[in-house]
Ligand binder design. Structure first.
Ligand code: GTP
Ligand code: MG
Length: 341
């Protein structure tokens, strides 16, 4: 095993810092290290924290760290895009909000800038989470602005996704992408000390209900058995984690004052239990791993194909450009050439 990997597994913070840099840059022995540590991953609980710019994600993350630390957990944090153009250039604002944990050896905070990333941001984030997981973090929090596809993909690598919203940001709900709504496992309406929190919660409840309706209708139309219909929807929280369908609960919080944070942590814990104890939860975890493998395979195949077929690819482009060949036939013959290589 690589020496760096051994030090990561021993929880050496300097080794972790170094590995995270290598993984982020895809440099040095990054892949060897990831392979080495993988068997020791899968223990950490990974929470994605997303939402509109300025909703209070970092302030809430800081509070979550506090609660988990009090419970004796080691916490890793990955802040994606601390220099987000949406945050008004508040460079490193995320880390500043969590700075009181900087000296705590049980907390590891790492920022990743999206700028300059070649599209592999979600992969990078997932690999970094694995390093933190292997180094002994019990909980890994991944903060990312909920704008853009990349960010949404990052939340898909988490076990649970916490969507943070705040009242009084105008048409907040409308601004929230449907994708963000679907990705949420727990909602936190933060800044509940401000006017409009109740209205935000009502809007959210409505959106969830409508969303659930349309999803159910679509499933029925496709002739699917809709399991969640077997569940009494009025059972709500009382049904506990054993109910088949997970309905994202809405929690209110005032992150600046530390109010409502344990409720958020409890809701996350319930979701985790649902993931681990229901067939639906397990199927979802498996689906995400399958997704990861497919994605990695696609990347690897495309890399290899474009490498080995470069002259043939260029020739095909020329033929298609001259309308000598159609792109469909060209693709078929490229695939054939790749197979027969
Ligand atoms: N009134 C009030 N203000 C809050 C609350 N939580 C956070 N804030 C303030 O909202 C502002 C933004 O908070 P952040 O935690 O940086 O928000 P963020 O979502 O991480 O922002 P970006 O990372 O830039 O997208 C800060 O000035 C916080 O002090 C809250 O519960 N109530
Ligand atoms: Mg932030």
């Amino acid at each position: 095993m690589h020496q760096l990997s051994e030090r990561i597994l021993a929880g050496d913070p300097r080794a972790v810092a170094r590995a995270l840099r290598l993984v982020d840059d895809h440099s040095g022995d990054w892949l060897t290290v990831l392979k080495d540590v993988f068997p020791s991953t899968g223990r950490a609980y990974v929470v994605g924290i997303t939402g509109n710019p300025g909703a209070g994600k970092s302030t809430l993350t800081d509070r979550l760290i506090e609660v988990y630390r009090k419970a004796g957990r080691k916490v890793g944090v990955v802040c994606v895009d601390p220099s987000s153009p949406y945050s008004g250039g508040a460079i490193l604002g995320d880390r500043i909000r969590m700075s009181r944990h900087a000296l705590d050896p049980g907390v590891f905070i790492r920022s990743v800038a999206t700028r300059g990333h070649l599209g592999g941001l979600s992969r990078s984030a997932r690999d970094m989470v694995r390093v933190l997981d292997a180094s002994g973090s019990d909980v890994v929090l991944v903060e990312t602005v909920g704008v853009g596809q990349d960010e949404l993909e990052i939340t898909r690598t988490a076990h649970s996704t916490l969507v943070v919203m705040a009242p009084g940001l105008g048409d907040e709900i409308q601004a929230i992408k449907a994708g963000l709504l679907e990705t949420a496992d727990v909602f936190c309406v933060n800044k509940a000390d401000r006017d409009g929190a109740d209205a935000t919660i009502r809007d959210l409840e409505l959106m969830i209900a409508l969303g659930t309706e349309s999803v159910l209708a679509a499933s029925r139309a496709r002739g699917h058995v809709v399991h969640s219909e077997a569940i009494d929807p009025t059972a709500g929280e009382a049904a506990g984690p054993s109910r088949l369908a997970w309905r994202p609960p809405i929690k209110r919080a005032v992150a600046t004052r530390g109010e409502g944070i344990t409720e958020v942590v409890d809701a996350l814990a319930q979701h985790r239990e649902w993931l681990e104890t229901t067939p639906e939860g397990r199927a979802r975890r498996r689906a995400r791993l399958a997704e990861e493998l497919r994605e990695a395979l696609r990347e690897a195949l495309i890399d290899e194909a474009t490498q080995s077929l470069r002259p043939a690819l260029e020739a095909a482009v020329a033929r298609v450009e001259e309308r000598v060949e159609d792109p469909y036939t060209a693709t078929e013959s490229l695939v054939r050439a790749f197979r027969e290589r």
